[in-house]
Write a protein that binds this ligand. Structure first.
Ligand SMILES: O=C(O)C(=O)C[C@]1(C(=O)O)C=C[C@@H](O)C=C1
Length: 273
């Protein structure tokens, strides 16, 4: 098989790393990136063939950093999705007891997914957002008053950590969906995948209130909508919309985008899978 390099949000031990492994296996080369944006940049600059980024959690919702990166001119192209069950543990350096913990670190998504546990067991601990769950695991190694919310796998990746609590997420069927990114639509995934039935379209209505009109023009089965502020607009409260469509085919998606463009609405295809 051809040699591929896959970028993921690192360091090793993140859920993103696990999702990438699940999709691409152990004979692929991996590149750890310190932020989600760095994964997008590695894909856009073709330093890697593919990238894996978190897109949404089933209980905490959309991953904002990912949608912010999708505002870029050429953000890459989504070729597939991976859904991973996410079980969080609270890890601390060996010898540290729960009563020693004053500070808890993790990715904001993981903190958000464990709110009930945190308010019940550590109501007065300070909560610190860091770039990923495994980055938190690595950071707490140096502190005897800190713990990290992360995967149990981090006890294998980093020496000197112990599990204080397991399965601490608020919902037992917690899942996160990841996108597989490639530099452009012509890239081919190494493994076979089903014929495309989903698409991701970025829409920039001329005025935020016209999104309903734009969706009517698109006229495709919409399964989710996200929006982020349009930072290029001088007008306040102008948004960029990210619309996922499903149960459709490539031809219908392309025609929908052309219909939008003919009404002077900016629309770009960001994925087909
Ligand atoms: O920090 C990690 O381990 C990640 O892979 C990121 C991420 C996310 O952004 O949602 C992925 C899965 C979990 O939902 C928590 C964090």
């Amino acid at each position: 098989m051809e040699d591929f390099v896959v970028a993921f949000l690192g360091p090793p031990g993140t859920f993103c790393h696990q999702a990438a492994h699940e999709r691409f296996g152990s004979s692929t080369s991996y590149k750890s990136c310190s932020t989600i944006r760095a994964v997008f940049e590695a894909v856009a600059s073709r330093t890697v063939n593919f990238g894996v980024v978190p897109q949404e959690n089933s209980f905490f919702g959309s991953v904002i950093e990912t949608y912010d990166a999708f505002r870029d001119e050429q953000p890459g192209f989504v070729l597939d999705e991976i859904i991973l069950p996410v079980q969080h543990c609270l890890l601390a350096p060996q010898g540290v007891k729960p009563s020693d913990i004053r500070r808890i670190q993790s990715h904001e998504q993981a903190i958000g997914q464990c709110r009930t546990f945190l308010s019940q067991y550590f109501p007065s601990a300070s909560l610190e957002k860091v770039s990923s769950t495994a980055a938190a695991a690595e950071a707490v190694l140096k502190h005897c008053d800190s713990a990290a919310i992360c995967s149990r796998i981090c006890t294998v990746v980093f020496d000197g950590l112990q599990v204080l609590f397991q399965n601490i997420q608020d919902h037992q069927n917690n899942r996160t969906r990841f996108y597989v990114l490639a530099p452009d639509a012509t890239s081919q995934l190494p493994l076979p995948r089903p014929i495309s039935s989903k698409g991701l379209i970025r829409i920039l209505p001329t005025d935020s209130r016209r999104i309903a009109m734009a969706l009517a023009t698109l006229s495709l089965p919409v399964s989710r909508i996200d929006r982020r502020p349009d930072t290029k607009s001088l007008e306040p409260f102008q948004d960029v919309y990210f619309v996922e469509v499903e149960e459709t085919d490539v031809g219908e998606v392309v025609q929908g985008i052309q219909r939008l463009q003919s009404t002077k609405v900016e629309a770009k295809l960001l994925g087909l899978w």
